[in-house]
Unconditional design. Structure first.
Length: 119
C-alpha cells in the first residue's frame, strides 16, 4: 500500500504558476504510474498528467504545453508544475498511484489540494 499527501495548492492569478507536490509513504521508483487528476463537481475525474516508472509521460489535451509532471524518486515525490494558469484550471487536484505488483496492487489516491485561478 501507499499513502499520498498533496500540497502546493492555493490562489493564483491568470497567467501565473503553481507547483503541486505529492509525497508518497514509500518508494515510488517501482510504482508503475504516478498521475495527477482533477475533478469538476458532477463530472468524472479527468487525467491531467501521468508518469510511468519507465519515464513515459502523458498529458490531458487542455494542459499540454502548460503543465509538466516530474518525479523525484529520492524524495518519493511527484510534482506538477502548472504554468500559464487559466481560470478553467480551478479545481481540486488529486494524486494517484497505480501499483501493479502483488500484494499491494491497486489504485491509491491522495486527499486532494485545491487550486483557484482568479484575478
Amino acid at each position: 500500500q501507499v499513502q499520498l499527501v498533496e500540497s502546493g495548492g492555493g490562489l493564483a492569478q491568470p497567467g501565473g504558476s503553481l507547483r503541486l507536490s505529492c509525497v508518497a509513504s514509500r518508494s515510488i521508483s517501482t510504482i508503475a504510474q504516478m498521475a495527477w487528476f482533477r475533478q469538476v463537481p458532477g463530472k468524472q475525474r479527468e487525467l491531467v498528467a501521468s508518469s510511468t516508472n519507465h519515464g513515459e509521460t502523458n498529458y490531458g489535451d487542455s494542459v499540454k504545453g502548460r503543465f509538466t509532471i516530474s518525479r523525484d524518486n529520492a524524495k518519493n515525490t511527484v510534482y506538477l508544475q502548472m504554468d500559464s494558469l487559466q481560470p478553467e484550471d480551478t479545481n481540486v487536484y488529486y494524486c494517484k498511484a497505480l501499483i501493479l505488483t502483488a500484494p499491494a496492487q491497486g489504485a491509491y489516491w491522495g486527499q486532494g489540494t485545491q487550486v483557484i485561478v482568479s484575478s
